[in-house]
Design a protein around this ligand. Structure first.
Ligand code: NAD
Length: 311
């Protein structure tokens, strides 16, 4: 049995994997993050309707943007629209780039107290002069729907997750959807940021994978990628992960977002060549981007239910 066949044989059959395997023989199943995100959002909408019926109010998410970073404005508008569609009330707070840290902290204190607000999201990056750590630390951990607060990170690290960082949680949901085994497999995470790489490593450990984390100081990235049965790359450098480094049959989750020389949006992984070797792969766009927003909504309804003491 070839290495690829062995990995394939080990993967549990999942209906979605079977239907997606109508891709040309020998090529990876392209994981449809947009489709799973729609499914999660429908589940959230049903739960939000139930929540409203039980409590007499809709779940609420406060979305705070400071400054006018163009990419952030696009992400924020997606999040607000997604809230509306899911029956979640969105409270927008757009502050000028010159906002003092004390003003932003005062707004967060107000949102922490506001009973209508179940989740607080402060869009990153923040303009220079504002400390993301101080801002994140100020959010009530029960309303920290991004999962960035040290309490929520600590709970995940201690194997008792509560509100989980959205992108890594989205990777786990996609793996479940496609029946990709995580327990006992060799997983490599490229990138060790506090918002993606590190919580991703914690999620994979929670799933009982054997985890290697690579970063800018890693000496032999290729070797760590080549041994990965599950690879998650979250760097933001187009073509960093060469297609011929991918282990045959591996599951490849590309979180990175950057622009190729031709101006097209792309991930960290050389998609075409990687798809010839991988068992599964996420596209960019259409992979983890939509899943991240879906998991934000899912966290918001979880936070609302936990605060209201309902299921
Ligand atoms: P970051 O800049 O905070 O971290 C980048 C990481 O990459 C660091 O750990 C750094 O050490 C590592 N790195 C840099 N060069 C490297 C190299 N040559 N070899 C190995 N490691 C290297 O970024 P982030 O906030 O974690 O985001 C990472 C990427 O993911 C970005 O492109 C971002 O836009 C994207 N992102 C996407 C989503 C989504 O929804 N799809 C969500 C969050 C972030």
């Amino acid at each position: 049995m070839s290495e690829r066949e062995a990995v394939t044989a080990a993967r549990p059959a999942a209906p979605a994997a079977r239907s997606a395997s109508s891709a040309p023989a020998g090529r990876a199943v392209v994981m449809d993050g947009a489709a799973l995100a729609r499914k999660v959002r429908h589940e959230v909408a049903a739960r939000a309707a139930g929540f409203a019926a039980r409590t007499g109010r809709r779940p609420g998410l406060a979305v705070v943007q400071v400054g006018e970073d163009r990419a952030s404005s696009v992400y924020v508008s997606y999040k607000r629209k997604a809230c509306q569609e899911a029956g979640i009330e969105s409270f927008g707070h757009d502050l000028p780039a010159a906002t003092a840290e004390s003003q932003l902290l005062a707004l967060i204190a107000e949102l922490n107290r506001d009973e209508r607000v179940d989740g607080i999201l402060v869009q990153l990056p923040l303009p220079g002069g504002l400390s993301p750590d101080r801002i994140m630390d100020a959010i009530d951990p029960r309303k920290d729907v991004d999962g960035f607060h040290p309490v929520n990170f600590g709970l995940l690290a201690q194997k008792r997750p509560r509100l989980r960082p959205c992108t890594p949680y989205g990777v786990i949901r996609l793996a479940q959807e496609y029946g990709i085994a995580l327990r006992g497999v060799k997983a490599t995470v490229v990138g060790d940021s506090t918002i993606v790489g590190r919580p991703m490593a914690m999620e994979l450990l929670l799933a009982e994978a054997t985890v290697t984390v690579c970063h800018i100081a890693t000496r032999d990235l290729r070797a760590d990628v080549e041994r990965a049965e599950v690879l998650v790359s979250a760097v933001g450098k187009a073509g960093l992960i060469r297609g011929d480094w991918i282990r045959p049959g591996a599951a490849v989750f590309d979180v990175g977002i950057s622009w190729a020389a031709n101006g097209k949006l792309c991930g960290d992984v050389e998609f075409e060549r990687a798809a010839e070797r991988a068992g599964w792969i996420t596209p960019v766009p259409g992979g983890l981007g939509p899943m991240t927003i879906a998991m934000l909504l899912s966290n918001t309804i979880d936070a609302a239910c936990a605060r209201a003491g309902t299921s």
